[in-house]
Design a protein around this ligand. Structure first.
Ligand code: SF4
Length: 351
């Protein structure tokens, strides 16, 4: 497993790398200097299970807001910097727990040195991030286009620039919206470095396509033992990114906890509003910190069988549903009372 052998990097009170649990990140989409909105969004992200949050720092006001934001949140805060090295320095002076830069776009060696010196003084990790969209012209020419090999070379070149200033408190990320290029780049990179990797499919898209691309890409990468922290990027509410990231990790058995809902696809036998019910159940179970499986099945053909595999389940009938626990039918419940009945069962669940 690559991730068992990566370097451990401390970000605020959290650790990534070296076999530590894969942490879930997201990024705010508020104006960072709007402290009230930014804090509200971070608290919502925390409640959903976000473990590290990143805010963009495009201005001095944004950098200065970090201090106030940090006082009101409970997870490490990462500053995202582009172009202006002074923002990186200011973000660290204002309490950023980590910074994300692309050393290729913040200016010459003196500017990079100023950033590294501040990081070194405060022992703040730097994430070196490269994106397929900003791959250097020379590498595009060398590899005849934007390729996984080019991305890896670019990332490792950037790492070397920082290592030359005698600093190795680093995390690397390589992002591409081309899923298979991203997979290949991570495979190549994992062979060549032991810095922890921040994994994500960038510009993945809306909720629908972004979730699919992220699940496929992150799924392949994580399954190979690569990746120490993840972000699912979606064009939407960042809270959705956390839900998806948690589901991806749980599906890969890389994280425990949370109720898993299984539900049938419905068919001509279904005689209750199973689609509506399954959606309501999925939302409802999120508030229960139980590590169990709930089955929501449309009929008694496969219902009881599937529900047997689950800890608790419902199998629909005509306007009614059977409540099933560990394969045993407990009782018949009118359709309108199914959700409430399930909720009460979960409330009284003995852990
Ligand atoms: S469980 Fe019943 S309703 Fe659901 S798909 Fe199977 S046969 Fe159809």
């Amino acid at each position: 497993m690559y991730r068992d052998h990566t370097k451990v990097v401390q970000i605020g009170d959290k650790k990534i790398g070296g076999g530590n649990p894969i942490l879930i990140q997201s990024m705010t989409n508020t104006k960072t200097e709007d402290v009230k909105s930014t804090v509200a969004q971070i608290l919502a992200l925390e409640a959903a299970g976000c473990e590290i949050v990143r805010c963009t720092v495009p201005s001095r006001e944004a950098a200065e807001a970090l201090g106030e934001i940090k006082k009101q949140i409970h997870i490490p805060l990462v500053a995202d910097i582009h172009f202006d090295y002074r923002m990186a320095v200011a973000a660290m002076e204002n309490g950023a727990d980590k910074i994300r830069i692309n050393p290729g776009n913040i200016g010459g060696p003196e500017k990079i040195k100023a950033v590294v010196d501040t990081a070194k003084e405060r022992n703040i990790p730097i994430r070196v991030g490269v994106n397929s969209g900003s791959l250097e012209k020379e590498l595009v020419e060398k590899y005849h286009g934007v390729t996984a090999e080019g991305l890896v070379e670019s990332a490792l070149d950037k790492v070397k620039i920082i290592e030359a200033f005698d600093y190795d408190n680093l995390v690397i990320s390589i992002k591409s919206s081309d899923v298979l290029m991203c997979v290949k780049a991570h495979e190549l990179l994992a062979e060549r470095t032991n810095y922890p990797l921040h994994v994500g499919i960038t510009e993945a898209g809306t909720l629908y396509s972004g979730n699919i691309k992220s699940a496929v890409g992150l799924g392949i990468i994580l399954y190979q033992g690569i990746g120490d922290t993840i972000r699912v990027s979606l064009t939407g509410d960042p809270v959705e990114e956390i839900k998806s990231a948690k589901r991806i990790l749980k599906t890969l058995n890389l994280r425990k906890g949370g109720i898993e809902v299984v539900s049938c696809p419905t068919c001509g036998r279904t005689q209750i509003d199973l689609i509506g019910l399954a959606n309501q159940v999925e939302t409802m179970v999120q508030e229960f910190p139980l590590d169990i499986k709930v089955a929501v099945m449309g009929c008694v053909v496969n219902g009881p069988g599937e529900a047997k595999e689950a800890d608790i389940g419902i199998a629909g009938g005509k306007g009614v549903g059977l409540l099933i626990k560990k394969g045993e039918i407990i009782r018949k419940v009118p359709e309108a009372e199914l959700l409430g009945t399930l909720r009460r069962e979960l409330e009284n669940w003995e852990k």
